[in-house]
Ligand binder design. Sequence first.
Ligand SMILES: Cc1cc2nc3c(=O)[nH]c(=O)nc-3n(C[C@H](O)[C@H](O)[C@H](O)COP(=O)(O)OP(=O)(O)OC[C@H]3O[C@@H](n4cnc5c(N)ncnc54)[C@H](O)[C@@H]3O)c2cc1C
Ligand code: FES
Ligand code: FES
Length: 482
Amino acid sequence: MIRFLRNDTPVAIQALPPDLTLLQYLRDQAGLTGSKEGCASGDCGACTVVIAEVAGTKLQYRSCNACITLLGAIHGKQIITVEGLGKINALHPVQQAMVDQHASQCGFCTPGIVMSLYALQCNQAQASPSQIEQALAGNLCRCTGYRPILRAAYALQANQRDATLANALQKRQQQVIRQLNVMQSIPRAELSQPGHYFFIPTSTSELATLIQHHPHARLIAGGTDLVLEVTQQLKTLEQVIYLGAIEEMQALEERADTLYIGATVSYTRALPTIREYYPAFARIIERLGALQIRNQGTLGGNIANASPIGDIPPALLALQAQLILSDGRQQRTLPIADFFTGYHQTALQPGEFIVAIELPKPDANSHFFMYKVSKRFEDDISAVCIAISLRFKEQHVHELHIACGGMAAIPMLAQHTMNTLLGEPWNESSINKAQMALTADFTPLSDVRASAAYRLQVAQNLLRRCYLESTGTNPLQVSANA
Ligand SMILES: Cc1cc2nc3c(=O)[nH]c(=O)nc-3n(C[C@H](O)[C@H](O)[C@H](O)COP(=O)(O)OP(=O)(O)OC[C@H]3O[C@@H](n4cnc5c(N)ncnc54)[C@H](O)[C@@H]3O)c2cc1C
Ligand code: FES
Ligand code: FES
């Protein structure tokens, strides 16, 4: 049985399909049709709801796409829908601001936009214009135009004090925390029907046992890749094991020489730590999907998915990250360079899973650059992504790792290009040779995102961009010792 709060109502469910999405549950089972289905793929935001989770003594609110969240993943959480905010004669301040600013026309996107603004309001007493834009970047509106919607968001900021007072759900925080803590403490939460299961292990040993007994079960973390198999390819997932309740996989620690990032840490949670050490990497994560996707999606899921156009592998390859893998009996450490073995293929053995990522911390002499080119700035997958980690000694390239996504069947290091630059001076002539060497490393494909020729040209240009940025108005100290 799983338990959760649906707005203020405690709910317990035993038997529903393990691949039922939260949106299907809300609309078809609970009769809450305020949340809309636009794309069923996490792109439009019409289905946005807010999930409240206990974090220490507080509730943490995050917007999420109900269309690509499985119902089982809501166990022990509060799900807040547009119906939970205001009533027709007593609108919530977010809803009132949307009305006042004429920010809705057909209204299809409006509940999702209201919920994104509500999550922002819960998390950010005073949001900056860029935070407002980030909060709304995953909500598409076809008819109103974004200016009135942004005006509503700004008006809310101006009236923050009243809005907070009027927020009945927030006032109930302590009671909600008590209710959720009780729900979470119930052992062996799961959804089950004959032959169909959604398991929620709370430790890696429990996970390993479940995998042993259910070798065909699919592992799910944020679900932002996996659930598309259900909503877009119309597959059935008969057995699902949810990784989000396993504490060991949620660890986020700054160690002496490394950052230890549990496999199921979401992008939103990892971002402040990554930003502190690798701002260029953080800037790419800020463009990964939209906020709803970053609130759910995990670094471990991105790596295990092994997409050639995922944004995380190039960074980890260039930074020589290590993966901690386990099958419950044995743990091993694998350099990420050995992880991708073929198109969507990995070195994971049967029964093995990713526990964590170890990212080396930079030192004063290391430099990291990362660029992503996609058709849209936000909420779009890369055509090409490149990550470059550099170290100089006496004006020469002493250490170098260049990794690309979108250039081959797997994310990979540009070995020829790296060899061409190693030991060479960091100058125009070396970069010219390195740009040529990229043609020996990669024979990219043409697809819907870009042609092969475009991809190669862009990768070469981005390498030059790295050189120009490193030698431009704020040049790197290339004479520093390694
Ligand atoms: C609208 C949208 C926009 C997106 N934009 C981007 C983008 O800009 N850049 C980008 O790189 N990606 C993007 N993605 C893809 C996706 O969000 C990421 O790849 C995300 O990191 C996947 O993580 P997850 O936790 O959601 O994975 P899930 O969907 O839960 O899992 C993905 C796969 O990994 C496996 N898995 C998960 N965790 C583990 C583990 N610990 N051990 C072993 N196997 C595991 C699962 O079984 C599954 O096969 C986008 C997706 C959507 C829907
Ligand atoms: S329906 Fe479009 S993001 Fe969910
Ligand atoms: S109001 Fe019609 S899509 Fe936004």
